[in-house]
Each structure stands twice: as C-alpha cells, then as structure tokens.
Design a binder for this molecule. Sequence first.
Ligand code: HEC
Length: 185
Amino acid sequence: MNKLSAGLLTLTAASACALPVVAEISPQRMADAIYAVIESDRAVYTKKVVNRLQNEEEVITADEHWQDEQALPLPAQMLRMGAEGVAEKDLGVTYALMSTWPINKQNEAVTEIEKKGMEFIMANPSKRFYSEEVLGGEKYFTAIYQDIAVSEACVTCHNEHQDSPKDDFKLGDVMGGVVLRIKLD
Ligand code: HEC
C-alpha cells in the first residue's frame, strides 16, 4: 500500500465515524431499559439497605416520616424522589408506583389505560402491558410492569401497615405495578 492510499483509508474511516447514527430504538425497548434500571435500584435499596438494616441487623427503621424520625425513606419514597428528579429534567419520561391494594390511596390506577394495565398484569404475572394514551393533548407510550415482593421487608411492612387493605402478601407476590410513560413526538 503506498502512502496516498493509506491516507485515503484513514480519511474514509474518519468520515465514516462522523456520519450521523440512524439506528432507532423503539419506545418499548426504551421503556424496558429504563424500567430495568428502576427495578434494579429498587431491589438493591430494599434488600441491601432496608431489609439488612431494619429487618436483619435492626439498627434503623424505614419510616414514612424519615426526616423527623431519623429513619430510612421507604422504598416507595425512594422511587418517587427519583421520579420527581427525572420529571424535572423534562425529558418526556415519567414513572410511578400503583396498586390494587394501596396503602396510599393516591397510588390507585386512575386513567382507563392504568386500570386496564393493572388488571392485565395481575391476570398475567409473566407478561408486561404496553399501550398508548393521550393525556392533556399529548400522546404517550405507556408501559406497566409487575412490582414484585423481592424481600421480606416488602411483605412484613405492607401486611402490618394500618392503612394496608391486604395483610397476606407473600414473598414473590405481585404487590402492584410500575407505570412508565414516554412522550411520543
Ligand atoms: C417499611 C415499610 C415498607 C417497605 C419495606 C415497603 N413498602 Fe411499599 N409502601 C409502603 C408505604 C407506607 C407506601 C405508601 C407510601 C407513599 O405512597 O408515600 C408504599 C407503597 C407501595 C406501593 C404503591 C401502592 C401503595 O401501597 O400505596 C407498592 C406497589 C409497594 N409499596 C410495593 C412494595 C414492594 C414490592 C416492596 C419491596 C420491594 C415494598 N413496597 C417495601 C411501605 C413499605
């Protein structure tokens, strides 16, 4: 290879790198990927922080009034605080916890799609629910995933909570759902 053609090769490679990437990711794949992060963080916090320090080592409790009580935030509060941080970034991505047996009545399904999705994921524990909906004039891709009792801490806290309408949750049960929305252009 002479000097000129070697130079040309380099040039071609360099301009190829600068080309815009045209690969697209579907809203469903994006939703699934974001959910994988949410689910993983939620399980790690519940198992490695709440369950370990509250249920096993008994050094600190998790409490709704964690700021006043010098306690740990509940897993649901951790998820909500994270979701609020994401919402502030205005990326068109929102997520929240929901349940058919909510401790906090504000966590009940509200929209038609949420109600349909919750029914679907409860009836089909191994399948996810995907749909589209229009809210406030904007179109959204909406996914609903099962929220599973991954730790004893989930079960004991909900079963013993005075505002919980259900007191017989077991490890591995579907305790509710996570609704995740992505704004479509
Ligand atoms: C120490 C107590 C505690 C632990 C541990 C806990 N929760 Fe909760 N959870 C609550 C409370 C209280 C709420 C309502 C809080 C709110 O909305 O501000 C809640 C909210 C929820 C909701 C929304 C519906 C509702 O009940 O209001 C779901 C679903 C849920 N938790 C599932 C789980 C799962 C699954 C785990 C384990 C990964 C878990 N929780 C761990 C106390 C707990």
